[in-house]
Ligand binder design. Structure first.
Ligand code: NAP
Length: 312
């Protein structure tokens, strides 16, 4: 195992926040590495249409934007290091990262590790994941052509998944625990206009049934506890996200859900570490805000290292 020399900055994560941080770091002349253990693009790869990003035509596919990010990086001669960072420590005013393959040392760190799907944690969910339980309509919707499925959740993701599935499946139930959706108005309008989407308000999933494949859900009415079965072949769980921050627990201040706490310049509780995108506690989890946070984090690191902002 070799010991790499000290560079100015490491970025962990190459979703839209991390790539944006890398673009700004490169153009600022910072010496840095960007690590991504999975596919470049992060959650973008799971999105169907991008309809609300200024300057990008509505209907652009998530994978198309992710390919554009890849071209951004190669155009700037930035090659992500495809390794998972397994541990991190701060010592002697330096950041020490360790992967399976190598040890690395940096002066600063930007965390852009994003988030993963939140699980329902009900019986049957784990056993039937990949056998009818899914967390991504764009990835798995195809398998439910002409079938009956349910989407669980009432937020933007649940609404988008239900709309996507309504063009593939014969029937889509949208199961939400309250009597009002949380999703944006324009999405709600589209949902209500779809003939093959039926909303079941006021219910939660108590159990996912099936032996080799999902065959039904047991729903529970939150007001009176009454149970009812719902026959279907697929269930798409869209109940929010969990930050990918377990690596930083004990090292940085996190909120109760594990999101990294930062100040307005995106600095964490460590003077050497910044965070951007869905891994940090923030009110507006949007692609465009994640991209802008990547830029802010990079410019904040630049100021920390050079003593002034790049435009000063
Ligand atoms: P979200 O906005 O947090 O919504 C999660 C939904 O799941 C809520 O309706 C919540 O119910 C429900 N829920 C949570 N835990 C549950 C449980 N244990 N059982 C049943 N239901 C449960 O999550 P999201 O929709 O994944 O979106 C994440 C972030 O990305 C949000 O900030 C969202 O705005 C953003 N996003 C934006 C777009 C867009 O702008 N086009 C698209 C996708 C995501 P309650 O409503 O009762 O809390």
């Amino acid at each position: 195992m070799s010991q790499a020399r000290v560079k100015e900055l490491a970025i962990i994560g190459a979703g839209i926040a991390g790539v944006s941080a890398a673009i700004y770091a490169k153009r600022s002349g910072l010496e840095f590495d960007i690590f991504e253990s999975k596919a470049l693009g992060g959650q973008l790869l799971l999105m169907e249409n991008i309809d609300n990003y200024a300057g990008i035509p509505a209907g652009t596919k998530g994978f198309e934007l992710s390919e554009a990010l890849s071209r951004n990086l190669s155009g700037l001669d930035i090659e992500p290091i495809n390794q998972e960072i397994l541990s991190i420590k701060i010592d002697k005013d330096l950041i020490w990262l360790k992967s399976q393959e190598n040890n690395y040392t940096y002066k600063t760190l930007i965390i852009a590790t994003g988030a993963t799907f939140r699980r329902l944690d009900v019986p049957g969910e784990s056993q039937l994941t990949g056998k009818g339980v899914s967390y991504c309509a764009v990835c798995d919707g195809f398998f439910f052509k002409g079938k009956t499925v349910a989407v669980i959740g009432g937020g933007n993701t649940a609404a988008e998944e239900a709309l996507y599935l309504s063009d593939v499946a014969e029937k889509v139930f949208l199961v939400h625990r309250r009597d009002q959706l949380r999703a944006l108005g324009y999405l709600q309008k589209e949902i209500f206009a779809k003939k093959n989407i039926e909303i079941i308000f006021g219910h939660v999933v108590e159990k996912v049934n099936g032996t080799t494949k999902v065959d039904s859900l047991i729903l529970s009415n939150i007001k009176n506890g009454e149970k009812k079965p719902l026959s279907l072949q697929g269930v798409f769980i869209a109940i929010g996200i969990t930050p990918a921050t377990s690596l930083f627990s004990g090292l940085l201040d996190l909120d109760d859900s594990g999101f990294i706490l930062t100040d307005e310049f995106l600095q964490t509780s460590s003077p050497l570490i910044w965070a951007c995108g869905d891994c940090r506690k923030r009110p507006l989890k949007q692609l465009i805000t994640a991209a802008s946070e990547g830029a802010i984090a990079s410019l904040s690191v630049y100021k920390h290292l050079r003593g002034h902002y790049i435009s000063a």
